[in-house]
Design a protein around this ligand. Sequence first.
Ligand code: SAM
Ligand code: SF4
Length: 475
Amino acid sequence: MIFTPEKYSIADERMKPFIDSREIWDYIDNATSSKERIREIIAKSLSKCRLNLGEVACLLNADSPELIEEIKQGAKTLKSTVYGNRIVLFAPLYIGNKCLNDCTYCGFRSSNADAVRKTLSDQEIVKEIESLEDEGQKRLILVFGEHAEYNPEFIAHTVKIAYSVKKGNGEIRRVNINAAPLDVEGYQIVKASGIGTYQVFQETYHPEAYQTYHLRGRKADYGYRLTALDRAQEGGIDDVGIGVLFGLYDWRYEVLALVRHVNHLEACYHVGPHTISFPRVKDSSGMNLQTPYFVSDEDFTRLIAILRLAVPYTGMILTAREPARLRDEIIQFGVSQIDGGTKIELGSYSEKDHSEKDLNRGQFHINDDRSLNEIIDELLDQEMIPSFCTACYRLGRTGEHFMEFSVPGFIKRYCTPNAILTLAEYLVDYAPENTAHKGWKAINRNIGKMEDEKTKASILEKIERIKAGQRDLYT
Ligand code: SAM
Ligand code: SF4
């Protein structure tokens, strides 16, 4: 490991790498997974308590089909009690794919001579955002390669553009970031532009495996990346997202290490990550990855269910890297956010004819190219409520503050009404007739099921205001 905390920031215990790979393996090697133990652990999670590392290791070791099914059912129950039946929708917007690093799995890696390099100009960003707004998008994640051009000032500038574009009733209400780790001052600059979540994925938490995939550039430094979100907290960003790129190392190890990372953030900053992402490696331009660690669909479903039980209050994101059929199935085991209408080639949202797919223009291959409306339509068929809610972040319910509110019932009490209101806006402004018909039926059904008369009355009153032309109403 070449990381030294003094080199980058404060000589602070919290800024030192906190993953001990031996410790993680010891937990896994010594965990028992008898029926009784697994049932006890699922019950603990269903009572909305966080699981400790030993308990998560037991779930990871439960291999019998019967126990795997019980874990999946437990996750399903937990998801519906904590999150209700809403799914938050967003879209990624790739701003630039220049990159100085050489991550062997990524189409943007510096050694990939076939990659078509591009950074969107201000005008191109505006055009992309107008197209996204025309579809009904309200929440974006801006994605960047790691390059001197994509400095904190540039990232902040693009965030400000995103918030400034208004077309018709369209506007972007939350801009998240997936970009390279910054130093504390860099995070302060980006924070001031009004971002939501700052995501940095560790890719693999195994230090030696990490070195074999990250060949050059700053990202080759495992420790600098591992402590990225400590510096973010230090810089005032208390809303952070973590993740693993599954397929680089043993999935059991990675799940436990993710939970270890959650524990670290909770212990040091009294706030866990806002979201966990779990991309699986997909084909990318010129990729030639030899690893024995590719994760099967079955294990992928299983690991998502285990993560759900391990960290009941953390949002979980499943992206269009996965095919539609699998996404539809997996959502029920714990996912709370998905992207919809995703296009990852730079500048492609505003292209008139986007039929031609070119792997050299994107970071990797996506497997779900349904439009935002198709996804909304299918979520409604599955009795889910598509949501574009941005209320918590705009009311300051983030970070430590947000944790206080994450008590049982909170998410259902605030998130379900806000999901309904943002869906109502979508139905009025963007939905074709058949989706609108389905959507209003779903809204009425969900309001009908609410027990609290005050909440019900408040939603109905706000829906009337939306129909009369008001926008952006939330609780
Ligand atoms: N360059 C920044 C970084 O590396 O953190 C920004 C993120 S990168 C553009 C977004 C994420 O895409 C990476 O963190 C990685 O997990 C994921 N990714 C890269 N190559 C991938 C592939 N072939 N298949 C699936 N996901 C991939
Ligand atoms: Fe660059 Fe990020 Fe791709 Fe690595 S994953 S090559 S840092 S864009």
